[in-house]
Design a protein around this ligand. Structure first.
Ligand code: ZN
Ligand code: ZN
Length: 410
């Protein structure tokens, strides 16, 4: 049986065009290379403003965002030495160097197994340090660099002040350019195809374990074009009350409410860097109990209210408040136990976070999830999640899968 009702909710005002049109140069390798050059210029401008003398980018999303190259999380050091002026140099293990894309706008410096890469980084940094300017050097390092790398660098570069690179890159990377929005839209479409299968009853539930349903969803995510599955949460019955439940051996039964939250990474054609999808739909196996239907109605309205609140100039926390108000008014406020959403891009979770206290003003290009939930411990849970992008004139909802409570037969 299909989803109860075919209405797909707040379709957004941005649709497929307008503010998110493909940029000059397109989204292929040429356009992406140009976009990366623009990003590098913006980062250097922000470094100068904050008097950050160099960024040292290792694991995490900043490096692929700027260069198209994603470092494997090896113990061997990969580090882009990015001074505020002059060449950016990518220090990379020799055996990884062939993976650096040709279009990356950096000087590649492979290091052999017997070299000391920290000494190499320190030597590359030396000309960028403001010894003559009478202040301590200020260096920004990836949040996800190994602690051992940072400790070694602190010994090798005496007297430097260390900050997280995200202080410079975070606000810039949170605002997606047109190539990135196109990539997020493609990932969302692939996730939608799987969500439609789940809510349409094509994914058998009854008698299968959560783990089996999760594996089925994971296969479908790959089949729909993702290059990697990041997670496929299936929380049935009481397990649905744990938002990040690890799918287990519990067999799904008639009458269960089942929370399905899944996503992967899709690499656009001609590119080397993937962008994430993330969607949640809740289904009931057989007709829902009246209480479940009533709670879902609250959830549905809460999510619609939050999506409708998204537009330029609104603070991120106001979007959270819009969802929370509806759930609180229904007497279920304490059962909504997490923030309303998170930014999404190269990483599954990144800025901006949609949470009370985040006074960041939304601007066109901010991309994030809107995913209120209601959780009744020992009984069931429910969540509804879409990815949205702030458009010039409102909101562009990337996901289109039906949002009503889906009732499946078996
Ligand atoms: Zn999710
Ligand atoms: Zn999410």
């Amino acid at each position: 049986m299909g989803a109860a009702g075919g209405e797909t909710g707040p379709a957004g005002t941005g649709g497929g065009g307008g503010a998110t049109a493909v940029p000059e140069g397109g989204t292929g390798p040429g356009g992406t290379a140009e976009a990366r050059r623009r990003r590098l210029g913006a980062v250097r401008g922000a470094m100068a403003e904050r008097q950050v003398d160099a960024l040292l980018l290792s694991h995490g999303a900043d490096l692929p965002w700027l260069t198209g190259y994603r470092a494997m999380p090896l113990e061997r050091l990969t580090m882009l030495v990015l001074p505020v002026e002059g060449d950016a140099v990518l220090v990379v293990p020799e055996l990884e160097a062939p993976r650096v894309p040709a279009g990356a706008d950096v000087v590649v410096r492979p290091w052999a197994e017997t070299e000391d890469p920290v000494a190499l980084v320190a030597a590359l940094l030396a000309p960028a340090l403001p010894a003559a300017r009478g202040r301590a050097p200020r260096l920004g390092i990836s949040e996800r660099a190994w602690a051992s790398t940072l400790v070694s660098l602190q010994q090798a570069v005496a007297g430097a002040e260390w900050v997280v690179a995200a202080a410079v890159t975070g606000p810039l990377r949170a605002v997606k350019d047109a190539a990135e929005i196109a990539a997020l839209r493609a990932a969302a479409a692939a996730a939608d195809a799987v969500a439609v299968a789940v809510t349409g009853g094509e994914v058998p539930m009854v008698g299968r374990s959560e783990a089996e349903v999760s594996a089925d969803i994971a296969r479908r995510l790959l089949g729909a074009g993702h290059h990697q599955v990041n997670f496929a949460i299936v929380g049935s019955g009481p397990n649905g009350a744990s938002p990040h439940h690890e799918p287990g051996e519990r067999p799904i039964e008639r009458g269960d409410v089942v929370v399905c939250d899944f996503g992967g990474t899709l690499v656009p054609g001609g590119d080397t860097v993937g962008y994430c999808s993330d969607i949640t739909r809740t289904v009931t196996v057989g007709p829902p109990a009246p209480e479940v239907a009533a709670a879902y109605d609250v959830l549905r309205r809460a999510q619609a209210a939050a999506v409708s609140a998204v537009r330029p100039g609104v603070r991120a926390e106001a979007v959270d408040a819009a969802a929370r108000q509806v759930i609180t008014d229904a007497g279920l406020g304490p059962r909504f136990i997490h923030r309303t959403g998170h930014g999404i891009g190269i990483e599954e979770h990144e800025a901006p976070y949609v949470v009370a206290g985040n006074r960041t003003e939304l601007v066109p290009g901010h991309a994030f999830s809107v995913e209120p939930g209601i959780y009744l411990p020992g009984r069931y849970g429910m969540r509804l999640e879409d990815i949205v992008v702030v458009a010039d004139d409102g909101v562009d909802v990337l996901n289109t899968a039906p949002r009503d409570l889906a009732v499946v037969d078996g």
